[in-house]
Design a protein around this ligand. Structure first.
Ligand code: C2E
Ligand code: CA
Ligand code: CA
Length: 387
């Protein structure tokens, strides 16, 4: 609505905060839409925490009331992080940083809330920093390995696989990609890591073809940050060249993307995808149904496959709505001529439902967990021999 309206809104928010505080409080603006309120001392920590929480909840209520900034009626929410000083010997900047961390926790847990900073956050952040530090050496120390989770067709034969990364560190043990991939994305290590994963995966795809392990498709997860990197397209081409990948093999590669992209970048993403498609690469929309604009993505992006998010599949039989959701996704995919993978398939009931609904591809613990290369080969050849 423009800066003018934004400024007026901020002034009005400030008025409400001023009305809410007492003479002993200090109210300050840190910048943008971030404010700090400093309160005086309390007898003990418990009273301090309770008061801060009550104070913040009441403040939130006031901030949430509607704003009339002609000609608009506006509604906003806020996230509040609380930090208690006690007698800690702590730098001002660190103290504020801790409040900031609590504020981000409040945001992350759905906004419109109040969170008190605690030591667990510090531990979480230390763990994160530790992961970040050790991740730098993971590649050179050969700690990154790939696993492969088979994908099955309607006649329950292996037709493809998804490559899933594993990190085994001396100090941290097995770290889940769900924990280190987001950190790798934030720090940018994902560029180097992603390139390594891609190359290792492609080497194995090639080895398998020469060994007679023939899949219809071979899926690799690609982070948004990675695909937007200026050298990504060139890297992919180079890797394919280096390992003498025939076009027919290249066209088995599927890049799985998760729908976390801002609308502003859509045009650029479409360009990159189309360029990669020239080398035969296909695309799959991962975790489909959980993002906020899934529908517009499938009409805009040149994708070939949808992966129904695990959350819908795992609750197929506990929640009727999920059945309707999965059926709708399958109809939608049919309309747009996309193939569909159901991920996280764990039970025979799920298999029956999905098969009956003609979901092309199934993946999940019901069939197999992600397994090592050798185990995958064993599984595949064992199955082919029994044909
Ligand atoms: P994702 O792409 O949605 O991968 C599916 C996750 O579900 C995998 O977890 C897989 O092991 C797990 N899974 C598969 N079948 C079942 C099942 O039947 N039940 C249950 N409970 N889980 C199942 P994983 O391997 O821990 O990977 C977590 C996430 O990390 C992935 O989610 C993906 O977003 C990311 N990730 C993994 N490998 C890579 C990679 O090489 N590059 C990038 N950028 N991200 C990766
Ligand atoms: Ca995936
Ligand atoms: Ca997924």
């Amino acid at each position: 609505m423009g800066h003018d309206i934004g400024d007026k809104l901020l002034v009005e928010v400030t008025e409400r905060m001023k009305n809410h505080i007492s003479d002993q409080h200090t109210l300050a603006r840190l910048g943008g839409d971030e404010f700090i309120i400093i309160s005086p001392e309390f007898k003990d920590k418990k009273e301090c925490r309770l008061t801060a929480q009550q104070f913040s909840k009441q403040l939130l209520e006031k901030i949430k009331n509607n704003y009339i900034i002609e000609p608009h009626h506006l509604y906003i929410s806020a996230s509040i992080g609380i930090n208690v000083l006690s007698n800690r010997d702590i730098k001002v900047s660190n103290f504020v940083k801790e409040a900031d961390i609590a504020m981000y926790e409040a945001k992350a847990s759905g906004r419109d809330g109040v969170i008190l900073f605690n030591d667990e956050f510090s531990r979480k952040i230390e763990k994160k920093l530790e992961i970040e530090r050790l991740l730098h050496f993971a590649l050179e120390k050969n700690e990154i390995k790939l696993k492969f989770q088979p994908q099955y067709n309607l006649s329950q034969r292996i037709m493809g696989c998804e490559v899933l990364v594993r990190w085994n560190n001396d100090k941290l043990g097995m770290v889940s990609p769900a924990d280190f991939i987001p950190i790798a994305e934030q720090t940018g290590i994902i560029i180097e890591l992603g390139k390594y994963i891609l190359e290792e995966a492609i080497i194995i795809l090639h080895q398998w073809e020469t060994k007679g392990l023939i899949l219809e498709q071979f899926s690799i997860n690609i982070s948004m940050r990675q695909i937007f990197h200026h050298n990504f397209i060139e890297d992919v081409k180079q890797i394919c060249l280096r390992h003498h990948l025939k076009p027919s093999l290249c066209s088995k590669i599927i890049f799985e993307l998760t729908e976390t992209i801002a609308a502003a970048d859509i045009t650029k993403l479409i360009m990159i995808m189309n360029e990669l498609k020239k080398s035969g690469i296909h695309f799959s929309m991962d975790d489909f149904g959980t993002g906020y604009s899934s529908l517009s993505y499938i009409t805009q992006l040149p994708i070939d496959e949808l992966k129904i998010d695990r959350s819908f599949v795992s609750h197929l039989h506990t929640n009727e709505q999920n059945k309707a959701m999965v059926s709708s996704i399958l109809n939608l995919a049919n309309t747009f001529n996309l193939s569909v993978v159901a991920e996280g398939v764990e039970t025979s009931e799920q298999v029956d439902f999905l098969t009956q609904k003609q979901c092309d591809i199934l993946q999940g613990y019901y069939f197999s967990k992600p397994i090592e290369k050798e185990e995958f080969e064993h599984l595949y050849f064992h199955e082919t021999r029994s044909l």
